[in-house]
Ligand binder design. Structure first.
Ligand code: FE
Ligand code: FE
Length: 163
């Protein structure tokens, strides 16, 4: 299908995001399992629950636009998650591994923040205000997760330095 309009681009990007969120939902339990710090573990699990909601919102967005909710493999998420899995396999001190897991998580969040920023802007421009409003909720959750990970990273790193 040729992408002729910004609305076509929006739908294409939503398919990419649906794939990304589905991949992230699969990866987060592994990240939680690999984390040592209990707050980090809990943080990954909390974001897993949010991520399930992100998948649902994307499906709702397709419905609002009268389109079938179809995922299109997000290669970027695939790569970021692969890097995260390499971190999980790494033979590292627990606090070092936690620092790496936070870094991997933040890379994913930043990718999502960029993508949701884009789809919200495109949805607004193409007159799909309801879609923009819905996905803006997800954008805010991704941003909050990023902030939480930064705070955790500050705590962990200063604890590690003190020992
Ligand atoms: Fe998400
Ligand atoms: Fe996220």
């Amino acid at each position: 299908m040729a992408l002729k309009t910004l609305e076509d681009a929006l739908i294409d990007e939503l398919k990419d995001l649906l794939s990304a969120e589905q991949q992230i939902a699969k990866a987060l339990p592994k990240m939680a399992k690999a984390a040592t710090n209990p707050d980090l573990k809990a943080g990954f699990l909390q974001h897993l629950e949010e991520t399930k909601g992100h998948v649902d919102r994307l499906k709702q967005a397709f419905e609002l636009m009268g389109k079938a909710a179809r995922a299109k493999t997000c290669e970027a998420a695939k790569g970021l998650i692969k890097e995260g899995e390499e971190v999980i396999e790494e033979d590292a001190e627990p606090h070092v591994k936690d620092a790496f897991l936070i870094a991997a998580g933040q890379k994913v969040e930043h990718y999502e923040i960029a993508s949701y920023g884009t789809v919200c802007a495109w949805a607004n421009i193409t007159g799909h205000k309801d879609v923009a409003k819905l996905l803006h909720l997800t954008l805010e959750e991704e941003k909050a997760t990023d902030v939480r990970l930064t705070a955790l990273s500050d705590n962990l790193n200063s604890e590690a330095k003190a020992t």
